[in-house]
Design a protein around this ligand. Sequence first.
Ligand code: HEM
Length: 410
Amino acid sequence: MSASALESGALSDVDLTDPVTYLRPDLDDIWQRLRQEQPVVWHPGGGFWVVTPHRLVTGVYRDNSVFTSTEGNVLATLLGGGDSAGGRMLAVSDGERHRRVRRELMSAFTPAALASVERNVVAGTRHLVRTAVARGTCDFATEVAEHIPLAAICDLLDVPAADRDTLLSHTSSALSSAAPDATDLQARLARNEILLYFAKLAAKRRRAAPADDVIGLLVRMTEPPLSLSDDEVLLNCYSLLLGGDETARLSMIGAVKALAEHQEIWQALRGGRVDLARAVEEVLRWTTPAMHSGRTVVVDTEIAGVAVRRGQVVTVWPRSANFDEAEFATPHRLDFDRSPNRHLSFAYGPHFCLGAQLARIEIGALLSALTEFADEIVLDGAPKPIFSTFLSGYSSLPVRFVPRSQGSTT
Ligand code: HEM
């Protein structure tokens, strides 16, 4: 395969490094054509492979001995010279150390360990939704969704309540942007603020006896045999915040938008005719908040017959794979009864999202609270999309609720 790739035909004007591309109304057609005509294709300008079909995306995700995350796992860092946290933060490390740190951290994400976080998520979400529904109109993104995942992660990390708003404003600037003119510098500054904050918090925790929260767990891992460095402790705190806040927020905002746009599905959900777990998975597929992952090729290999060379960047696209007609029947239909639903919103294989269960709890809590308090959900203005090459969704979603006529709204 030559590097003709996206340069040819109807795809000539597609630039996947430009956030504006993801606002194109014909984006779904572009993914479909790529899956069918150029499933593994070289993207010019910076240069990286683009892999779009479900079966090939899972193949790349599965094999982290050939496709490594250690140089970075998103386009922005991979094309910007590599991730400075490579090898020191779970999502951008591989091999034995990744496996061992991941195994330890997973103990904070078991259903039993999440039970108290779940109680707070359910109570907090009910409160936010009940208040918004009673008020009638709101910006669901900023008045409801913004508060749920961050509170959950802060619970996991035991972050003091007084610091939570500041952290939220930094995470928004660090990853995506509500404005097209936001600069890389602003994002870098925001990331530094978050790191500084966690450095202080971890130092404080270390002075006290390490508790059972995730920071306590990480601090204990600074002892042998893992002997995590201080940097590794705070980079991993940072990664939980960045990995789990905006992604989950965007899926919740997308869920409400989808329900407002699919009244029949909202009525089925509200009427209790939908399995909640299936609904949650379909929300995750439908919204696909993390559009791509990036990897670096460790040894010359091939993907579906296309030679890829050591050192090259390979990007895989759940945003495409989750709508692959070879995997999903009628992929562009929102179907809360979809089963099986092998979406790749949480990736696949060795880097499968550590916080998947927590994200499911959050989305489930939202859907339950909506059915408990609202009769109707109506869009009340234009949703505002975010600008990002990595995340997809909306930073503003004006909605109007009609409160449930029977049942408790108090
Ligand atoms: C990994 C998506 C929520 C923590 C990942 C990956 C994806 C993802 C796609 C793999 C990245 C890659 O392979 O390059 C999502 C989505 C979420 C979500 C769509 C919400 C809807 C969360 C939450 C947390 C979290 C709530 C924690 C509080 C992590 C961590 C990893 C990860 C630590 C790295 C795992 C590893 O590399 O072994 N997530 N995530 N995520 N996620 Fe999530």
